[in-house]
Design a protein around this ligand. Structure first.
Ligand code: XMP
Length: 317
């Protein structure tokens, strides 16, 4: 019978046997999987685990500082790397979704490799790969059809010739959460919605500018905080805001406005492969619309996405 406690004990032992007194480097994303994997490796080898957390400028509002701080509190040996300018620079003027994804994936690997080569005697790469990632990389992004080129910390192995430490490779998401709970990882991490590797870049349709990122971060924070306050956050699989490249006419006081549109997205799902749009209460949507339009400069219209997957996808790009 599978139990989190037995899994933790066995896994720590396995990692110690595999790694010995060598060193492991690992990229953290702030998500459930990489956090639980890192904490397991940390329990096994302590300070011989070196973590890197990259700020690509495409994270949620305040996320970089908050998450980095939590990692430090967990006792992880983590280096934060501010690479915002690099990402904004290379993404400047780029509107095509796949091109954005490729640029972000490439830069991420470059930054991570650069950090890793500064460390001495690293023998292993730690990764938070879980079982669905293993299957998905075979079926969804198979050689013939690529719907979206997925980018996450799992894109690294071919590039870096190191042994892999993947403690979660045979676990499903709910098992990862149970393991996380067992080793004392905060519910703030464990209950988080999934967030795409390319971050807010694929929620800004069209080209990306720091101003648009700031606008989207504000709207997103209002929406996510709103979901939490209304007790709805845990009822949906994932939620976020999308900045549309559409301006429309509005009126504020007796002034004409011509500003951007935010789409709200929330879905229910069990695995992200299929999803239904979440039937959020009208009163909640009304409050979000008011709050976003009143508080986010540059936005004068909010719409709600009522498309399911398939045929739509969860993200817009
Ligand atoms: P789609 O938009 O394909 O998204 O319906 C399904 C789930 O995957 C997430 N997603 C990503 N996750 N790297 C990731 O780690 C990516 O490049 C990526 N693209 C989409 C998306 O947020 C949803 O949970």
């Amino acid at each position: 019978d599978w139990t989190p406690a037995a899994f933790v004990q066995e896994t720590i032992e396995k990692i110690r046997n595999q790694v010995g007194d060598k060193k492991v480097v690992m990229a953290l994303s702030g998500g459930v999987d990489s956090t639980v994997a890192a904490e397991l490796i940390h329990k096994a080898i302590g300070k011989n685990l070196y973590c890197v957390f990259v700020d690509n400028g495409l994270l949620r509002k305040d996320e970089y500082a908050t998450v980095l701080d939590s990692y430090k509190h967990m006792g992880l040996n983590v280096k934060g790397v501010n690479a915002q300018e690099l990402f904004y620079g290379e993404l400047k003027g780029v509107s095509d979704p796949e091109t954005k994804r490729k640029i972000i994936g490439r830069l991420f690997i470059e930054v991570f490799q650069q950090e890793s080569t500064q460390l001495q005697d690293i023998s292993f790469l730690g990764q938070g790969t879980i079982y669905p990632d293993v299957i998905e990389s075979v079926s969804v992004n198979g050689p013939s059809v690529t719907i979206k080129s997925h980018h996450n910390v799992g894109g690294l192995p071919e590039k870096m010739k190191m042994g892999l430490v993947e403690p979660l490779r045979f676990l499903f998401k709910d098992e990862v959460r149970r393991v996380g709970r067992e080793i004392g990882i905060s519910e703030v991490f464990l209950g988080r919605h999934p967030f795409p590797g390319p971050g807010l870049a694929i929620r800004i349709l069209g080209d990306i500018t720091p101003d648009k990122v700031a606008m989207l971060q504000e709207a997103d924070a209002i929406y996510i905080d709103g979901l939490r306050d209304a007790g709805l956050y845990d009822k949906v699989w994932q939620a976020g805001t999308i900045l549309l490249p559409v301006q429309s006419v509005g009126v504020m006081g007796d002034e004409r406005t011509y500003e951007f549109t935010i789409a709200l997205r929330a879905v229910t799902s069990t695995d992200g492969m299929t999803a239904d749009w979440a039937h959020l209460p009208y009163e909640f949507l009304a409050k979000m619309s008011n709050d976003i339009i009143n508080r986010v400069k540059g936005i004068n219209r909010v719409v709600y996405d009522i498309s399911s997957k398939p045929p739509a996808t969860i993200e817009w790009e």
